[in-house]
Design a protein around this ligand. Structure first.
Ligand SMILES: C[S@@+](CC[C@H](N)C(=O)[O-])C[C@H]1O[C@@H](n2cnc3c(N)ncnc32)[C@H](O)[C@@H]1O
Ligand code: SF4
Length: 382
């Protein structure tokens, strides 16, 4: 990794997000900014994507200068739809032009059926040190409802290959609350995930995103979402099993074996860090300004190839907005909400209801509070 030179604008941790907007098929529930080859048409291809993204990295470098990049996160879409050499090249551009810290966390998301041993070795040797697999479930009928293309055997192989390639930071994503998923099914998925011995797990309640094929099926009554009590039971079951296996929660939907296994990139988002998001639709946050890029890969490529900024729009985050965002994000963390500037009466009411405790001037959700986090946040902000 290159040596980091001093930067005039440090202060807060800085990361880079690189969005890769490609998937081999679209899962019915997903509304991420991602495209299959058929959806993409002309104007933006996987083959030309790295050249385009390099142009944005050059623009980023011209704005931020050299400053220590503590985390790089390749997300999607499916980053591993690009050749591994392209991902390594993009990481190298970030290092050469902006500068990675010697212990930078470099993550890629991956679908279990989109990587083989060769790809994983190229990524590991190219500087990636963390991999996050989208596993979602280990139960075939749940995977089918989610329209996933992999099966539990793919997952075991992919994780084994990742370890053999030298990844010791392995995370898995799970989804609970899929229609038709019983509590026993969910237990099977959690136990399967734990059998892979990841050092990090994210477990998300399935969100019905408007405009997706999945939402249309729910509207037509073809599939029925579980009730909130069952979803809460699944959260608690997962938390019990993860905790018993040595993974503690550090954010509502995230568990890790120890502090070093936490996703530092996401922590940067949650704790007021700054980042540059490269890629179509990517968001950035720097010096109190948030902006986001044009969404379609063809429009994004067209802007950059003609020397224009890919930015679609932006906003300055004023003090009031920054406060709301801090409450929303910090309340979800095990480290809790710093109580500076928070109304004491509301804090006392939350504690009296058994939804949180106060530790070292921070409000920390109890287990009950974690189930009602959105309501707690609303009460703190009202
Ligand atoms: C960009 S995807 C992960 C990488 C990869 N494309 C994959 O799916 O395996 C990020 C994660 O978001 C979660 N996710 C996507 N859509 C969701 C939804 N509607 N509700 C809950 N979680 C969702 C999934 O767990 C997924 O693994
Ligand atoms: S969940 Fe992952 S694989 Fe499925 S469409 Fe979304 S980004 Fe692509």
């Amino acid at each position: 990794m290159s040596e980091i030179e001093g930067s005039p604008v440090i202060g807060r941790p800085f990361g880079i997000y690189i969005h890769v907007p490609f998937c081999s098929v679209r899962c019915g529930y997903c509304d991420f900014n991602t495209y299959t080859a058929a959806e993409l048409g002309e104007g933006a291809t996987r083959a030309s994507y790295a050249d385009t993204a390099v142009r944005e990295i050059e623009r980023a470098a011209s704005v931020v200068g050299r400053r220590p990049v503590e985390t790089v996160f390749f997300g999607g879409g499916t980053p591993t739809q690009l050749p591994a050499a392209d991902l390594v090249r993009l990481l190298g551009e970030v290092d050469d032009r902006i500068g990675l810290t010697p212990d930078a966390e470099v993550t890629t998301e991956a679908n279990p059926d989109s990587v083989g041993p060769e790809v994983l070795s190229v990524l590991r040797e190219g500087g990636f040190n963390r991999i996050s697999f989208g596993v979602q479930s280990a139960v075939p009928h749940v995977l089918a409802t989610l329209e996933r293309t992999h099966d539990p055997a793919n997952v075991e192989r992919a994780v084994r290959w990742a370890r053999e390639a030298g990844f010791d930071q392995v995370s898995v994503d799970l989804i609970y609350g899929t229609p038709g998923e019983s509590v026993a099914d969910w237990r099977t998925s959690v136990e399967h995930a734990l059998s892979l011995a990841p050092n990090h797990i994210s477990a998300y309640a399935l969100i019905v995103e408007q405009g997706t094929a999945f939402a249309r099926k729910v509207t037509r009554g073809e599939i029925v979402m579980p009730d909130d009590d069952e979803t809460a039971d699944k959260y608690l079951l997962a938390d019990d099993l993860f905790t018993a296996a040595g993974l503690g929660w550090y954010e509502l939907s995230n568990w890790a074996v120890d502090e070093a296994a936490r996703c530092r990139h996401n922590e940067l988002y949650w704790t007021g860090g700054q980042w540059w998001g490269v890629g179509p639709g990517a968001h950035s946050y720097l010096d109190r300004r948030r902006w986001w890029n044009v969404k379609h890969p063809a429009a994004y490529a067209q802007r950059l190839s003609t020397g224009q900024s890919p930015e679609a729009d932006g906003e300055v985050i004023d003090d009031a907005t920054a406060h709301v965002e801090r409450v929303m994000l910090e309340t979800r963390l095990r480290s809790g909400l710093d109580l500076t500037g928070i109304d004491q009466v509301r804090v006392d009411a939350t504690v009296a209801r058994g939804l949180a405790t106060v530790e070292d001037h921070h409000l920390v959700l109890t287990r009950e509070g974690r189930l009602l986090a959105d309501a707690v946040i609303r009460d703190l902000l009202d």
